[in-house]
Ligand binder design. Structure first.
Ligand code: ADP
Ligand code: ASP
Ligand code: MG
Length: 423
């Protein structure tokens, strides 16, 4: 007999927030088992547990030691898994919960944002062969130096995708508190449209520009390892969003989504010497400290030999690390100084169709101008345009762009109806 197909089911924090929801997740897991699948389930920490643990650490230490931080943060997802295993056992199935380390997830040593290097899934496979449902604590692994690590905020998505690749799962289901990937964050744009399909390329840009429904690394991992992601609601049935290869999608809309982030900071290094190697010094130091840098802008001095200005953005949670990392570099530059601005946000539009359409950027700038929103930096890729703006203007910018590009559920329905009439 052929082995049963395996699926990975990941439940996010809201989906396991209380006892009732853990029992609901347990019932969904059991339903998939009873439908003939082998099931590996990855759970996040309950509700706001991770935020609370971070706060607890900051209450006892202004700069918590990263290794100890990981010991602390990894506990949240363990609690969820143990509780869910109990609930599954009560439903008459056998479940076993595993930490990331027990599940064989090996990472590098970058505490609080480690990368998965290898998944040694023997223990999971063994348990599946014994007809058990396997629950794996998301967001964590064990480093090559045998310390507990965590994978960065939203990291349970990456755990799920990595396990799906390792056990050859036919699909990696991401159960969350919205019914899929939308044309904008439905919390900001109530009329946003659920996207039945989204390409890896677009999803990568969306995740990188703030759509936290999938962690960026999970999408990268899925693309590299050919994992099929199905992002869906944990509270209702019905299909969500499939993330698929661009060659598999039929439609290439001009614009697919508007994304945003208010958790950005802008750093400007003023007085950078105008010589080869200065930018390399800044960004090598940041890379060494594991700071993810986004938009970079350098103004060339009008007169050769004078000093330049380099601006870039990073996540607000990296701001302090960036400042301490750059202090010695600034010192070496002599006379340079650092200006920081934590109140910035970014708004982006994403769409594979924009590759071949001029005029999209102009329209974005005109729409923002119409809202009296000043653009501070601009960053583009072939399928994305990002504008850095004041954080407080972000919701207004997202809504204005979403409307201007006709992305609302009601707009799309209207277009469909017109098409019918034309026929
Ligand atoms: P989980 O705890 O299940 O991992 P997250 O909070 O990490 O859930 O991600 C889901 C949230 O992502 C949604 O509640 C939604 O507010 C937000 N989000 C942002 N952009 C989008 C988008 N384009 N489509 C869907 N959700 C989005
Ligand atoms: N619990 C972690 C977080 O809140 C990981 C996750 O939920 O994916 O970021
Ligand atoms: Mg998440």
């Amino acid at each position: 007999m052929l082995p049963q197909p395996t699926i990975v089911m990941k439940f996010g924090g809201t989906s396991v927030a209380d006892a009732e929801r853990i029992k609901r997740a347990a019932r969904r897991i059991v339903a998939q088992r009873e439908a003939g699948h082998r099931v590996v389930a990855v759970l996040s920490a309950r509700g706001h547990t991770t935020d609370e643990l971070i706060r607890a650490a900051e209450e006892v230490s202004p700069h918590p030691d990263p290794r100890e931080m990981d010991m602390l943060l990894s506990t949240g997802e363990r609690i969820s898994c143990a509780l869910c295993a109990m609930a599954i056992n009560d439903l008459g199935h056998r479940a076993i919960s595993l930490t990331g380390s027990q599940a064989g997830i090996v990472t590098d040593t970058s505490h609080t944002k480690a990368r998965i290097l290898d998944v040694r899934a023997e223990r999971i496979v063994e348990a599946l062969e014994q007809d058990k449902i396997v629950l794996v604590a998301g967001f964590q692994g064990v480093s090559t130096s045998r310390d507990v690590t965590t994978l960065g905020r939203g990291g349970s998505d990456t755990t799920a995708v990595a396990l799906a690749a390792a056990v050859g799962a036919e699909v990696c289901e991401i159960y969350t508190d919205v019914s899929g990937v939308f044309s904008a964050d439905p919390r900001i744009v109530p009329d946003a449209r659920k996207l039945p399909l989204v390409s890896f390329e677009e999803m990568l840009e969306m995740a990188a520009s703030g759509a936290k429904v999938l962690q960026l690394r999970s999408v990268e991992y899925a693309r590299t390892h050919g994992v099929r992601i199905h992002c869906r609601s944990s509270f209702e049935d019905g299909p969500g969003t499939y993330v698929i290869g661009e060659d598999e999608t039929m439609e290439h809309p001009l614009i697919t989504a508007v994304t945003h982030s208010t958790e950005e900071a802008r750093i400007t290094v003023v007085g950078v010497p105008d010589r080869p190697g200065a930018a390399a010094e800044i960004f090598e130091a940041l890379a060494e400290a594991n700071v993810n840098v986004d938009t970079i802008v350098q103004n060339e001095p009008r007169t050769a030999g004078l000093e330049a200005e380099v601006s870039f953005t990073c996540g607000s949670d990296d701001l302090r690390t960036a400042e301490t990392t750059l202090a010695p570099v600034i010192e070496r530059f002599g006379g340079a100084k650092l200006e920081t601005d934590p109140e910035v946000g970014k708004v982006s539009i994403i769409g594979a169709g924009m590759r071949s359409h001029p005029g999209v950027a102009a329209k974005v700038f005109r729409v923002l101008a119409g809202e009296e929103i000043n653009i501070e930096l601009i960053n583009t890729s072939p399928i994305k345009i990002t504008c850095l703006i004041r954080a407080e203007s972000v919701p207004r910018a997202v809504n204005a762009l979403h409307t201007a590009f006709g992305l609302s559920a009601s707009d799309v329905k209207r277009e469909g109806a017109l098409g019918e009439e034309a026929r």
